[in-house]
Design a protein around this ligand. Structure first.
Ligand code: GDP
Ligand code: CA
Length: 308
């Protein structure tokens, strides 16, 4: 059974750990979001890809919820002491990875090849594919102005309401090598419980990726990142309220028109109604531990079998 998962950062990575517990990792492909990528202090940082790398490589900091475990902050302290900008936090171990990525990119190695090398180095058996090697970046339109994603999310603490998303470079962006093949070879497509607007939409903004999913002949199952209308973490609920007019499962399904056959929703939302073409599959969706992650991934496999 080959499974291909569209994933953002931390929420996606949690789900992927469950997937790898129920599917042979060699048969899992992950299509990652690069809309969040940012140049910091001359380094190319791919926050969503790195969240997946660190989680699946077993080096993520579970308590902090992002970055690496056993981290130290000497490099950033030096930047601060010298009056540099430190609003985007980077630990020393994290910086080591960004140094290598940035050097390889500067030498002309595409992001997908760089990511493959990093994934191999961290012991991943699954293919981790950036959606595109081309520069695609998320911009957030708010009443206070339009901001690059990280400026809104990190520097402004995502306090501004979002009126629209823009994905610069998307019109010209081609899928990275292996992406269309992973979609076409899959027996099951899954959309992780990531933020639909800023983690999954930038992937779907690559028109050939969206088209490949639209013409799928296998089930595509999404997992809702909301429980009882609330995001487990982050601004997805506020974004849905403003951009989709609601935070119920139908609003989540509405983010993926023509793209999903089932939506896995929480037990607490079992009474929700979905559009006729999307089957509701009820499960416990809060991924508190290995068992919960594994059961949620199994619910996605079961959902796929039910709509196949
Ligand atoms: P980011 O790129 O690091 O912000 O992470 P993602 O976009 O991949 O995931 C963020 C989303 O994950 C948020 O909208 C959360 O609501 C969702 N999320 C986090 N943990 C859980 C969980 O245990 N269950 C569910 N259903 N969603 C979760
Ligand atoms: Ca993200």
């Amino acid at each position: 059974m080959k499974v291909t998962v569209l994933s953002g950062g931390v929420g996606g990575a949690r789900f992927l750990r469950g997937v790898l517990a129920v599917v042979d990792p060699d048969n899992v492909s992950i299509i990652g979001n690069v809309g969040d990528d940012i140049e910091v202090l001359g380094l190319h940082v791919s926050p969503d890809i790195d969240s997946v790398l660190y989680a699946l490589g077993g080096v993520a900091d579970e308590e902090r919820g992002w970055g690496r475990s056993d981290e130290s902050w000497n490099a950033l302290s030096t930047v601060a002491a010298l009056g540099g900008e430190t609003w985007f936090q980077l630990g020393d171990r994290d910086i080591g990875l960004h140094l290598l990525r940035s050097e390889l990119l500067q030498q002309g190695t595409p992001l997908s090849a760089v990511t493959r090398r990093l994934a191999e180095g961290l012991g991943l058996r699954s293919a981790l594919l950036p959606a595109t090697d081309d520069p695609l970046r998320t911009f957030v339109e708010t009443p206070a102005g339009t901001f690059p994603f990280q400026e809104w999310f990190v520097a402004r603490g995502h306090r501004d309401e979002v009126d629209a998303l823009h994905f610069t470079g998307a019109a010209e962006a081609r899928p990275a090598p292996g992406v269309l093949e992973a979609i076409e070879a899959a027996d099951l497509l899954a959309i992780a419980p990531s933020n639909p607007y800023v983690s999954i939409w930038p992937i779907l903004a690559v028109s050939e990726i969206r088209a490949a999913i639209e013409r799928r002949t296998v089930p595509c199952v999404a997992v809702s990142p909301l429980i009882c209308g609330r995001a487990v973490k982050g601004p997805a609920d506020r974004m849905l309220a403003r951009l989709a007019g609601g935070t119920d499962p139908a609003a989540v399904a509405g983010c993926y028109p023509g793209l999903i056959d089932a939506l896995v929703i929480d037990e607490a939302d079992a009474a929700a109604e979905l559009p006729a073409e999307v089957r509701a599959v009820v499960a416990r969706t809060l991924m508190v531990d290995d068992g919960a992650r594994r059961r949620l991934a199994q619910a996605v496999l079961d959902a796929a079998a039910a709509v196949a």
